[in-house]
Design a protein around this ligand. Structure first.
Ligand SMILES: [Zn+2]
Length: 190
């Protein structure tokens, strides 16, 4: 049956539950905190590229389980179903199931993630942002109090300790668990 084919896991599932990469889709005051922080970075000559803001819960489900099939060797037949996601994780062969999950991991841009994506995250509430950040040389950036902070230390990325402190003054907190989720910032560091 053709309906069965469309239910089978694979990259086509990724487009059904799109996430946003626009800061306008963030919630309440967190949106303005992120926009102010990004504006301060941009004014300092720091290059910022936002890859995700709001993410539907159903996309988090696809991320979690496809990543776990590929990286944890989870048996696809043991994956619980959720309402509204009529996906069939089990293909005729184990190799086909794993290949389809790998396609999804690629399409979801989570191949380099070193920890399993959470089933629920601050993204689902519009309270997290993923961004890649880089610069050259030394930069001076305004924190939320208006004080100018000169950053001479490395790395020249979102993992920079001084930049993380500046972000916190805006209410944008770096992910608590270090390099396990490099681009992730949120309202509470989770
Ligand atoms: Zn994130």
């Amino acid at each position: 049956m053709t309906t069965h084919v469309t239910k089978l896991s694979g990259a086509h599932w990724v487009r059904r539950f799109d996430s946003s990469s626009n800061t306008r889709d963030l919630s309440g005051m967190f949106r303005y905190a992120v926009e102010d922080f990004i504006a301060a970075m941009t004014a300092a000559g720091i290059k910022v590229s936002v890859s995700a803001t709001y993410r539907p819960l159903k996309r988090s489900y696809l991320m979690h389980w496809s990543w776990r099939i590929v990286n944890d060797g989870i048996d696809p037949s043991s994956i619980p179903s959720v309402p509204g996601v009529d996906i069939e994780w089990v293909h005729p062969t184990t190799a086909a199931s794993v290949n389809a999950a790998r396609e999804m991991v690629e399409a979801l841009s989570i191949r380099r993630l070193r920890t399993k994506p959470a089933l629920r995250s601050q993204h689902n509430a519009g309270l997290a942002v993923d961004m890649s950040i880089c610069w050259r040389g030394a930069v001076s950036i305004k924190d939320a109090t208006g004080a100018l902070v000169q950053i001479k230390t490395g790395p020249r990325t979102g993992m920079n300790k001084q930049l993380i402190e500046v972000g916190a003054t805006y209410g944008v907190k770096k992910y608590y668990d270090g390099i396990k989720d490099v681009p992730h910032w949120s309202n509470n560091g989770r």
